[in-house]
Write a protein that binds this ligand. Structure first.
Ligand code: FES
Length: 158
């Protein structure tokens, strides 16, 4: 019985996923591409801004890249629209024991793997999350460079 407006975005038309499935499960599907190759040119926040200016929106669910979720939270907070985000911090054990997925939500420390991953977007410490997500960037870059020069998988070699 809910009116569900889905906004999906991608960098370009070729990277868009699940269009048919989202259309089938939405009252309206709005598509945004960064380069304008399909749907509305712009980010999902561009489209969301238009939707919340025209519709009475009770709740927003934002799932995707952290900068996008942060931008959605910053948009909906002053409008007092309840917003839930699905966080994707670095996870190791996924059982609540290692603490790798620690996020600050309100004045509490939460573990996304067992306490989430959905949280109130307006209480997430976004800057801390972004900082923690980049902790291993140097190692990821080095690993990628190594892979580019030696792309053969060694999993099955002795
Ligand atoms: Fe280890 Fe969540 S992944 S506590």
């Amino acid at each position: 019985g809910n009116k569900v407006i889905t906004i999906v975005g991608s960098r370009n038309k070729d990277l868009l996923i699940l269009e048919d499935e989202l259309k089938e499960n939405s009252s309206r599907l709005l598509i945004a591409t960064d380069d304008g190759s399909y749907g509305i040119k712009g980010f999902v926040t561009t489209v969301l801004s238009d939707v919340v200016s025209k519709e009475k929106v009770d709740i927003v669910y934002a799932i995707g890249p952290v900068p996008m979720m942060k931008a959605v939270a910053n948009m909906t907070k002053p409008l007092n629209i309840k917003t839930l985000v699905s966080l994707n911090p670095i996870m190791v054990d996924g059982t609540g024991m290692c603490g790798a997925c620690r996020v600050s939500v309100g004045d509490k420390i939460k573990f996304a793997c067992v306490d989430g991953p959905e949280f109130n977007a307006h209480q997430v410490n976004w800057d801390e999350l972004i900082s923690r997500l980049s902790l291993f960037k140097k190692f990821e870059s080095a690993s990628f460079e190594n892979f580019k020069h030696n792309p053969e998988c060694k999993c099955h070699k002795e």
